[in-house]
Design a protein around this ligand. Sequence first.
Ligand SMILES: Nc1nc2c(ncn2[C@@H]2O[C@H](COP(=O)(O)OP(=O)(O)OP(=O)(O)O)[C@@H](O)[C@H]2O)c(=O)[nH]1
Ligand SMILES: [Mg+2]
Length: 304
Amino acid sequence: MVTWIDALARTRKNIAGTLARVFTREAPPDDLSLEELESTLLQADVPVRLVSQWVVDLQKAYRGLRVSKRDMLKKILVDSLPAVSSFSWVRPEKPLTVLVVGVNGSGKTTTCAKLAHLAAQAGAKPLLGATDTFRAAGADQLKWWADKLGCEVVVGASGADAAAVAYDALEAAQARKMDALIVDTAGRMHTRQPLMQELQKVKGSLSKRMPGAPHETWIVLDATLGQNAVIQARQFHESVPLTGVVVAKLDGSSKAGFVFSIAKELGLPIRYIGLGEGNEDLAPFDPTAFVEALLAIPASEKGA
Ligand SMILES: Nc1nc2c(ncn2[C@@H]2O[C@H](COP(=O)(O)OP(=O)(O)OP(=O)(O)O)[C@@H](O)[C@H]2O)c(=O)[nH]1
Ligand SMILES: [Mg+2]
């Protein structure tokens, strides 16, 4: 299982040198070290507005306080992330239906499998729905995961109407009294209108089968894209209102700073974070774990 510390290695490498220099100086952060900190955070795709705010906060916070700069920055960073509300896979509205969307290759299918694994671990009975009928391989991949996890799956035939497959999957989930239905969709560019309309149809057919479904619509963002992923999410949100974000491939990204702009710019909760390729490598988003791994605070310094 990949840990937060492992997953953030690349981003940390990007910022570690500067942080070490800024943090090991005894004196309050001076203009020079703050400038260095500013440009380093920007390199890690932390949005400009936030960086300037943090630098101002850091200067203010330092005055008269006997706490370490690292702890101060940690607090500022954690406070600028949204608090996470817990997510329950077992709910009165059964089956809890989660529609998973995103651009090509962002990590949707893998994330659906990981979510099914988490749901099963939480004591729920999940069903996977493979509506990626564009490519035979799209559905095969989810079927492969389902077999590996011992999870039930409804697979659309190649070329079938994705909305019809979604409808069938929800019908099957209801008939089999499943707790959750996780619907994988084909990757699509946020700029292609017909494909976004197809997604609206998939969503519409779920609510036709069960009023209120999908209960969640999550976009899977590829963390290696950094800030560009936020732009994609905004466009998806305009076509199909989203209720949450899953960040995939944090382990491959050197631009994890973009995570700070998801909540601020999109106003959406970050539900889960992909830390690796295995089915265990999906963790509920944890702002403190994220920031600590980013700043790599050794256990001995915590709470100091
Ligand atoms: N390192 C790492 N790789 C990941 C993660 N999530 C997904 N991947 C890899 O990213 C690649 C694409 O993942 P898929 O799940 O197929 O992506 P997709 O969005 O379903 O792709 P399309 O259906 O083609 O749009 C695969 O090689 C996955 O193993 C992650 O959290 N970390
Ligand atoms: Mg896929």
